[in-house]
Ligand binder design. Sequence first.
Ligand code: AVJ
Length: 320
Amino acid sequence: QKQWMLSGLRLARDVDSEFAQDIVKWLAAPQDAPKPKYLYDAEGSRLFDEICKTREYYLTKTEAALLKSVSAELSATIPTGAALVEFGSGSSEKTHIVLDAAPQLSTYVPIEISPTALEEAAQEIRTKYSHLRVVPLVADFTTALQLPHSACSGARVGFFPGSTIGNFSPAGAKAFLRSARGLLGDDATFIIGYDIAKDEPTLVAAYDDATGVTRDFNKNLLVRINRELGGDFDPSAFDHRAVWNKAESRMEMHLVGRRDQTFHVAGREFSLKRGESLHTENSYKFTPESFEAMVAGAGWTTLRCWINEAPKFAVALIGP
Ligand code: AVJ
């Protein structure tokens, strides 16, 4: 009885949150992935860092190597006194490559939804680059933002590595690019890392690593829902599945029900038949041409594009 009262109180508080509303809507129609940010609570952010270290997940390592090899060329495009504005900075791992190559940057603005990841990363950067003004922003970079005053004196250089842009739908990516153009201003440049469509085995392995870290990352969404929204998911009743959707040019993560089941979230009941899936994430892959067309549609011009061979990954420099 007491247990029930407690969970009742909890629901009264949580049922109105954006997270609760979005997840309830998603579970009623789980063929469309929910907002990717919900994968990144503290544990999700930690698991994503682990994913980056797996043998199969080529994106991070490839991008880091590519950024390093072009960092002098990149640096040459960055004016003195500029501010580097990073969207979804996480542990700011790749930022070091840019900061090392471009000591003329005077400000770093990491924007990140996970306060723990942000605080740790900001502290580390402050220690290593004492000349730099570090102005962390705990925020959802998909919402309307304002840059802190201290980032407004010099030119702005946007930084959006990791193929995070691939998490958006094509329409969402265009909207983000357009709003970033407004946020960064007319004389800004924007460095974006994106993954290139490639052979299916390489892609599927990257999203279904042998050690099961990506599976844990995927299932952590259920664990988070259980904890924060009073859910009663049994994560072991789902299989992790990574699918290459060629027609949409995207990798998809799913959680496929292993049996007919019923579960409760935020006071509602949902059911899923065996073999039916909860679609948890999309990661779009591009060609240089499709990416250039997309940024052009959002008012940007491609200035440069560097592509790594096998596995292919791209870093684009775009400007007004
Ligand atoms: C952080 C969005 C770039 O889509 O590749 C990794 C997240 N999902 N493994 C990606 C992710 C499954 C990652 N991004």
